[in-house]
Design a protein around this ligand. Structure first.
Ligand code: SAH
Length: 348
């Protein structure tokens, strides 16, 4: 019989599970704290539980560990990229960024991705599988353990589409912000979506306080379709309405992301259309000069051109910033490290 994934049990579920085993509810609380606050790797560490209980847990449940297959540290800005190997051999990437305000981790939600965005490395081989809540959480726990540093912010912008793994993603957010675990404030969590409209609407109703980031990349339906196959499913007007609705229901200002691709979406016309689209909205726009992926052939505009693009938008009243490039010397873009590792089949 396959052991149960105990790290994916929410606080309430774990207490219930321990009660079902005939244990007192506070045992569930103790175990939750071990798993999620202390990041325990084994039941042996749980020294305030009896040997008998630890043995029963060991028999029926697993704390799935991830092997650190590679770790790269940027010489430019101390950003670190981790390649973790899951218990089934699949590999995922996570990134640690050190800011003045604290450390943030960029988390993956799927192995691969099926959204097909034209410039993105994560989607080249399609979707392999969804990650469990435990596998999203352990990316953060493991990074804290390896570096000995506390993580205060989380961005769900690694490989995968969080709203294509909806239940696991929402559970992950609840567990990450649970007071019995890492207790990361939901206001310090940002999740990015390519725009799966029905699930954006569902998310608006979850009562969460996380920031929603929408991958826009084009300011018209036609432009978006060129870069993002998901635009064939959901029209830009519907996506924008879902963003407005998220803001109305949660009071959280939406962030728009726009990967700048030379000769594709960086013209004066794009500036004009973007300001028409976002000018009337209370939002923030993040420009990301595209990180070239060799299989894709897209180029980023030079930094002068990118700054001009930013300035013109600013002049028209848009709240805009160019995202600081991080870890450009360590396969910064989503999915690049995983692909390189698979190609070379060796430790990097
Ligand atoms: N599936 C989510 C998370 C993706 S990663 C989403 O689509 O939003 C976070 C952001 O990085 C997205 O806006 C994504 O489109 C962008 N991105 C992916 N690959 C990129 C690349 N090579 N260069 C620049 N931005 C990229």
């Amino acid at each position: 019989m396959k052991k149960k994934d105990i790290v994916s049990y929410s606080y309430e579920e774990l207490i219930q599970e321990l009660e079902n085993l005939g244990e007192k509810p506070y045992r569930g609380k103790q175990i939750y704290v071990w798993l999620h606050e202390k990041g325990a790797d084994s039941f042996d560490e749980m020294t305030n539980l009896s040997k008998g209980l630890r043995g029963r847990l060991e028999e029926n449940y697993e704390i799935a560990l991830m092997r650190t297959a590679a770790r790269q540290i940027s010489k430019i800005d101390s950003t670190e990229k981790f390649l973790f190997e899951l218990s089934d051999g699949n590999r995922i990437e996570s990134v640690l960024m050190r800011h003045r305000y604290g450390n943030s981790v960029c988390v993956s939600t799927q192995v691969g991705c099926r959204m097909g965005c034209r410039f993105c490395a994560s989607t080249i081989d399609g979707l392999e599988r969804n990650l469990a809540p435990s596998e999203m959480l352990r990316q953060i726990y493991q990074i804290q353990k390896i570096t000995g540093e506390r993580v205060s912010h989380v961005v769900v912008m690694g490989s995968g589409e969080p709203l294509d793994n909806y239940e696991n993603f929402v559970k992950f957010i609840h567990m990450l912000s649970d007071g019995h675990g890492l207790h990361i404030s939901q206001r310090n969590i940002t999740a990015s979506t390519c725009g799966i409209v029905p699930n954006m609407e569902r998310l608006s109703g979850e009562g969460l306080q996380i920031t929603l980031a929408l991958s826009l990349h084009g300011s018209t339906q036609e432009k978006r379709k060129e870069l993002m196959p998901v635009a064939n499913r959901y029209r830009l007007s519907e996506v924008m309405e879902a963003c407005d609705s998220y803001f109305r229901k949660t009071g959280r200002r939406v962030t728009f992301e726009y990967s700048l691709v030379a000769g594709v979406n960086d013209s004066d016309r794009d500036v004009k259309e973007l300001s028409e689209l976002l000018g009337k909205r209370n939002c923030h726009l993040n420009l990301i000069p595209v990180n070239p992926v060799k299989e894709r052939g897209f180029k980023k505009p030079d930094s002068k051109k990118a700054r001009e693009f930013e300035n013109k938008l600013e002049k028209s009243g848009i709240n805009v910033t160019i995202r600081k490039e991080r870890g450009s010397d360590i396969d910064g873009a989503c999915g690049q490290l995983r692909r390189r590792y698979a190609a070379e089949k060796k430790e990097i």
